[in-house]
Every structure is written in structure tokens, then in C-alpha cells.
Design a protein around this ligand. Structure first.
Ligand code: PMT
Length: 348
């Protein structure tokens, strides 16, 4: 109770754009339906956009215009985890679990299915095609290469044929301008770019898919409560109080991503919670598909959950032994759902 009183008395200055007035807003005014969660629009007013937001918007607008003229389908993939800084001049931060495997692998299958891909990923996480060589747990990148006496470098013949296949696909995607790589690091970065990016894609209407595979932090420290400098350890143990991040899926569905097919993910560790929580998300946000995955089996099995139906997609032991990827089943399934969505406005 004491803790709650303290929070309600907290005041927030308004954003830089409104510094000419001395308006302050109490946390109470920022609460969304008394649930203790800041309204998404208020979040954007209270936080500074990332410095490269203009460049992000420019690149994305050119990409979307290009594919709109060609009447292509476009998927906006978010991938990797967001960070939550503990200091304004950040030395320490909280991270979210995700390597970006799901997003990067899915991007390759969407490209194979003919989609143009906007790949909005955590900086230095896995990228489509590169992932086969940059994040291999048993082999480092330089071990694929052999130095030659004439000063040139070649690929070790052991890996050449596989690398050739991947390089061909990578170059096809680049030459046809069907892969746009954009990145984020912090939660704030991610939220501003999701907001802006989904509104740019909205002009594609049903032709767009929003595939939200990123692991987004549910808690953060508002800018106004952040320590400016590195928190000093001489003061002893540290207690952190984190605010709840607004649920951005709600405005994404109802305001920003007009008529696009929205696919979110639900990650759980307790199997009994997976489908009920995914269904609750569908009801709460009103979007089309939740892909449920369990932490330990996420590379072998997922559940596709829609309003009136659900189905499990799994790899057989034989498929697993051949290194078949679960995304090779998820993406064709989604393409069918998207076909139906474009034709009828409902999910298949
Ligand atoms: O990258 P890998 O290592 O392969 O791992 C992939 C994955 C397990 C991270 C991925 O498959 C996955 O499940 N991603 C979603 C992780 C998650 O926990 O999401 P969530 O329960 O925090 O959020 C559910 C959905 O709501 C997400 O699609 C998210 O984009 C969205 N969300 C979340 C928080 C927030 N404030 N606003 C949102 O809109």
C-alpha cells in the first residue's frame, strides 16, 4: 500500500516538445483504465524517439512504395530481444531472451514464398542467410575460409557447395530488393519503430503480415526515473522497481496496422498455460493468429491458434534428424491463412 502511494504521487515532466509550458502529469493520470499501465500514446509523448528514426522511416517508406507498385505481399518481421537500460548513460541493462533464430529463419522461408521482407531485428542478433555462418555453435566464421599463397582467400571446399546454395538465395533476395534489414536495441527503440513501421506498412492493407517474433520486455524504467550516471556499487545492494510496459498489440491491431494480418507469439514454460494464454491474447487484442511455443521445444513444435480453431505443427523424429526446420511448416501454413485473409477477410 505504501509502495502504491509513492508511485501515485510521482510526477512526470512532459516531453521535450512541450517544455515551453510547465505542465506535469501524475502517474494517476497516465494509468490506463486503472490497470496501472501507461497508455501507449502517453509513452510516446514521454520518451525521446531514437536518433535514427527518420532514416528508418525513409528506408522503409521507399521499400514499401516499391513493393506496393509491384503489388507484392510484404511481411514485417520483428526478431530478437529488447534491452531495458538501468542508466541513462547506459553501462548496465536488462536483456530479454532471444537469439533471433525464429525471426531470421522465418525470413528465409517468407522470401522463398515470394514475400518481400522487412526484417526489424536486435542489433547483432541472427540475420537471414548470414545466420548459417555467424552463429554456428560448432564452427566459427573464419574456419570456413582458407588463406591462399597468392594473397586471396577461398572457401574451404568442404563447405563450398552448401555455402554456394545459400549465397545464391541471399543474392537473389538482395538483387530483387526483397530484403530490408533494420535494427533496434532498446525497448524504446523497438516501440517507436514498431509504431512508425506498422503505420508505414498500413498502406498495403491486407497485403501486409506483421510477424511479431521479437521477445519484448514487459517491464521497464521510465526515462524520468532513470539514473543519469552509472549506478554506484558503494551504496550496497540495489532494489529495482520496474513499471509495466504498455501493451502495444492493442493499438497496433486497432489503429496502426490497418487490415493487415497480425501474428503474435506466445512463449511459455508451463504447457498448461500456453493455449489459454494465447486465446486470452486473441480476445484481448482482436488480432488473427497467435503462435504458441514452449521454451524447451520451440524448435520442434508450435501451436497455431486462431479464433475458432487451432492446430499443432511438429517435426517428426526423422525430420529432426535431417535438420528440417519448423519454420518450413509455419510459413506455408501462414501463407494459406494469408491467402484466405486477402480473399475473404477471415482466417483459414
Ligand atoms: O529468437 P529465438 O531464440 O528463436 O526465440 C524465439 C522466441 C521464443 C523469442 C519467439 O518464438 C517468441 O515466442 N516470441 C515472443 C516472446 C514473448 O514472450 O512475447 P510476449 O508474451 O512478451 O508478448 C506476446 C506478444 O505481444 C509478442 O508477439 C509481442 O510482440 C507483443 N507485445 C509484447 C509486449 C508489449 N509490451 N507489447 C506487445 O505488443
Amino acid at each position: 500500500m505504501e509502495e502504491q502511494d509513492t508511485i501515485v504521487q510521482q510526477t512526470y515532466p512532459m516531453p521535450a516538445s512541450s517544455t515551453t509550458t510547465t505542465t506535469t502529469t501524475t502517474t494517476e493520470q497516465l494509468l490506463d483504465n486503472g490497470q496501472g499501465v501507461i497508455d501507449p500514446e502517453v509513452y510516446f509523448n514521454m520518451n525521446k524517439p531514437p536518433a535514427n528514426l527518420g532514416e528508418f522511416e525513409e528506408k522503409l517508406t521507399a521499400f514499401v512504395n516499391h513493393h506496393q507498385k509491384l503489388d507484392n505481399r510484404v511481411v514485417f518481421i520483428t526478431s530478437g530481444g529488447t534491452t531495458v537500460p538501468l542508466e541513462n548513460q547506459t553501462v548496465r541493462f536488462i536483456d530479454n531472451f532471444s537469439n533471433g533464430t525464429r525471426g531470421a529463419t522465418s525470413a528465409e522461408y517468407f522470401l522463398e514464398a515470394g514475400y518481400a521482407v522487412v526484417f526489424m531485428h536486435r542489433e547483432f542478433s541472427l540475420k537471414p542467410y548470414h545466420r548459417h555462418y555467424t552463429h554456428n555453435p560448432t564452427q566459427d566464421f573464419l574456419d570456413y575460409l582458407v588463406p591462399k599463397e597468392d594473397g586471396s582467400v577461398s572457401v574451404d571446399p568442404k563447405y563450398a557447395s552448401e555455402m554456394h546454395k545459400i549465397l545464391i538465395k541471399y543474392h537473389q533476395a538482395k538483387e530483387s530488393n526483397r530484403l530490408l534489414l533494420l535494427d533496434f536495441v532498446t525497448l524504446s527503440d523497438y516501440l517507436f519503430k514498431l509504431h512508425s513501421g506498422s503505420r508505414i506498412l498500413a498502406r498495403l492493407q491486407q497485403k501486409a503480415i506483421y510477424y511479431l517474433a521479437a521477445a519484448v520486455s514487459d517491464f521497464f524504467i521510465p526515462k524520468q526515473k532513470l539514473s543519469e550516471h552509472k549506478i554506484q556499487s558503494r551504496d550496497g545492494a540495489m532494489t529495482l522497481t520496474l513499471d509495466q510496459v504498455p501493451k502495444f498489440l492493442k493499438p497496433l491491431v486497432s489503429l496502426w496496422a490497418s487490415n493487415g494480418l497480425i501474428v503474435s507469439f506466445k512463449l511459455e514454460t508451463d504447457v498448461n498455460l500456453l493455449v489459454p494464454k494465447a486465446r486470452r491474447a486473441l480476445e484481448q487484442y482482436g488480432h488473427q493468429v497467435v503462435i504458441g511455443n514452449m521454451l524447451t521445444t520451440r524448435k520442434q513444435t508450435v501451436t497455431m491458434i486462431m479464433k475458432d480453431k487451432e492446430r499443432v505443427l511438429s517435426l517428426t523424429p526423422e525430420e529432426l534428424s535431417k535438420n528440417i526446420e519448423i519454420e518450413s511448416k509455419i510459413i506455408p501454413d501462414l501463407v494459406n491463412i494469408h491467402d484466405h485473409w486477402i480473399e475473404t477477410g477471415v482466417t483459414a
